[in-house]
Design a protein around this ligand. Structure first.
Ligand code: OAD
Length: 260
């Protein structure tokens, strides 16, 4: 958490969130930055400042250098396994308990939303903790890694194993985008948190919500292509602002709308 003053939340925003029946949050790498998981596009610290996505996160990269790709995801899997949800993840799980119809749509593969207690969750880009067969897509939970030249192989068919994440040039998991799209098209409020909004189709979701009349709230220390269409652009860290938003909207002793 920040050592600065609590983040000021406009009363109109707190009122809108409190009275909303359908809320969607769209998150990106920035929501996990304070958990120590690197973002992709931040100038100094982002992964794509140090690594070339075309050499690590495409089907062609996996064909050319499968072990390099396997190892890079293995490194990230270990990094994520050591990280813990931060105040923003926890606050989003609280929002789910307060709002009658809430969906969390994330581009993140780190599993930190689920670890914080979010349940109505769509992982648009997969989950780095999972591994699957590169040929059949079958999930695989145990494998032998005996040949340092190649990735481990599927115990069923012998094809290479790969991370269960979406690479550039690949389709999103079946149903995930449709569920997210339906939710944003019916949302009263859309919270867009920690995403550069540069990667499609996820980046189209806020435009869809705006066209359908949702209130758009962006939380990000930087401006993005979405800032211009946001009704509220809250500039700062997600770990400071999302808890402040929850505190302003549902003061601590207030009853939950879903409490019985
Ligand atoms: P990016 O790295 O593109 O953007 C991260 C955003 O988080 C930036 O706009 C930052 O300003 C913001 N940010 C940084 N620290 C923050 C903090 N503490 N609180 C809030 N915001 C913060 O990440 P994504 O938008 O998630 O896809 O990237 C989208 C996709 O591109 C990823 O899912 C991944 C990547 O290539 C695939 O791997 C397919």
């Amino acid at each position: 958490m920040s050592d600065t003053a609590p983040f000021p939340v406009a009363p109109a925003l707190a009122d809108a969130l409190r009275s909303a029946d359908r809320v969607v949050a769209l998150t990106g790498a920035g929501v996990s930055a304070e958990s120590g998981v690197p973002t992709f596009r931040d100038a100094q610290s982002g992964l794509w400042a140090k690594f070339d996505p075309l050499e690590l996160a495409t089907p062609g990269a996996f064909e050319r250098q499968p072990r390099l790709v396997w190892d890079w995801y293995g490194w990230r899997r270990e990094l994520v396994a050591r990280s813990r949800p931060n105040a923003a993840h926890v606050a989003l799980a609280k929002i789910e308990r307060r709002v009658p119809d809430f969906l969390l749509v994330t581009q993140n593969v780190d599993g930190l939303h689920a670890a914080a207690g979010s349940r109505n969750l769509v992982e648009l880009h997969g989950n780095i903790a999972r591994v699957r067969c590169s040929r059949e897509g079958t999930p695989v939970s145990a494998w032998q890694d005996s040949d340092p030249q190649w990735p481990p192989r599927c115990p069923g068919c012998g094809a290479f194993l790969r991370p269960d994440v979406v690479w550039f040039e690949e389709a999103l998991p079946a149903g995930a985008l449709a569920r997210a799209d339906h939710a944003v098209a019916n949302a009263d409020v859309l919270l867009v948190i920690g995403t550069s909004a540069e990667v499609y189709p996820a980046a189209a979701l806020p435009l869809r919500a705006r066209d359908a009349g949702a209130l758009i709230v962006e939380i990000n220390p930087a401006s993005t292509p979405l800032t211009a269409i946001a009704d509220h652009a809250l500039h700062g860290r997600a770990g400071d602002i999302v808890p402040a938003l929850v505190a302003a909207t549902w003061p601590a002793d207030g009853p939950s709308r879903t409490d019985s």
